[in-house]
Design a binder for this molecule. Structure first.
Ligand SMILES: Nc1ncnc2c1ncn2[C@@H]1O[C@H](COP(=O)(O)OP(=O)(O)OP(=O)(O)O)[C@@H](O)[C@H]1O
Ligand SMILES: [Mg+2]
Length: 250
């Protein structure tokens, strides 16, 4: 325990709780920067519990996006292991990892990553199309979520015809449309006004929080801090706080 009453990285590698939604052990990530290598994550141990909304907070550059990208199978760690609902994801073949993500994980990117040439409903329907759901059915299911997010009337527009906040909500619909067990969101409310942000959080809680599901949210948005079940703080690639309240310095 540290002074803030937090438990920090105490478990040995391999000591995964079988009930954990995510068990990450010894996560190291290096990036090449010219001639040198920088270490962005320094051996992180972290469990994400099912049925909870876990926030990850920390200053810009502390490693939040890098960590959640590794925890949801879109960025290989330099060292360490990640188990998602009992599957060692980095021991899967590339094609099995893609399939695992497609069926189990929804990811909201900080930069939205919408496909520019297709409209909002088609963008939101991408995971269903990839799973083989017929196009019209996929589109209708995507539209239900766009309605819930108050942008049903934008369904036929291309991303460049949408505001930043509208694009963000299309990205949120795309992350939820296939009802994944794990939803990982990088700043999901950053471009939204207070009431749109609340709407997103209500939807996330409704679809992403259940005994066999989990949701991780990276955020700086102090308007939604009260909605977290658990808050993990990162500083320079290390966990410095893990508890039910914000760390004292936020
Ligand atoms: N592909 C990359 N190549 C080199 N360095 C990288 C790369 N991706 C991230 N970094 C570096 O890793 C560190 C952590 O980046 P990361 O994007 O995880 O931070 P963050 O906490 O998400 O920041 P922000 O709040 O600004 O989104 C930063 O110093 C960044 O410059
Ligand atoms: Mg980031």
């Amino acid at each position: 325990m540290n002074a803030a009453g937090s438990i920090v990285g105490t478990r040995a590698i391999g000591g995964c709780d079988p009930e954990a939604a995510i068990c990450a052990r010894g996560i190291v990530r290096d990036f090449e920067a010219g001639q040198s290598t920088i270490r962005v994550l320094h051996g992180i141990d972290c469990d994400i519990r099912p049925g909870e909304m876990t926030y990850i907070v920390g200053e810009s550059g502390s490693g939040k996006t890098t960590l959640i990208s590794i925890m949801c199978g879109i960025l290989y760690p330099t060292a360490g292991e990640v188990r998602v609902f009992g599957t060692d994801i980095y021991k899967l073949s590339d094609s099995d990892l893609v399939r695992f993500r497609l069926h189990n994980i929804g990811f909201i990117f900080q930069q939205y990553n919408l496909i520019p040439s297709i409209d909002a409903a088609a963008n939101a329907a991408v995971p269903l199309i990839a799973q083989g759901v017929p196009r019209e059915e996929a589109r209708e299911r995507a539209k239900v979520l766009l309605e819930r997010l108050n942008i049903g009337d934008q369904a036929d527009k291309l991303p460049r015809q949408l505001s930043g906040g509208q694009q963000q909500r299309v990205a949120i619909a795309r992350a939820l449309v296939h009802a994944p067990r794990l939803v990982v969101c990088d700043e999901p409310t950053a471009a939204l006004d207070a009431s749109s942000g609340r709407r997103v959080m209500d939807l996330l809680r409704e679809v992403a929080i259940a005994p066999d599901r989990a949701c991780i949210i990276v955020t700086h948005d102090n308007r939604i801090f009260d909605l977290a079940d658990r808050i993990i703080a990162l500083e320079d690639g290390r966990i410095t706080h893990d508890g039910t309240a914000m760390p004292d310095d936020h």
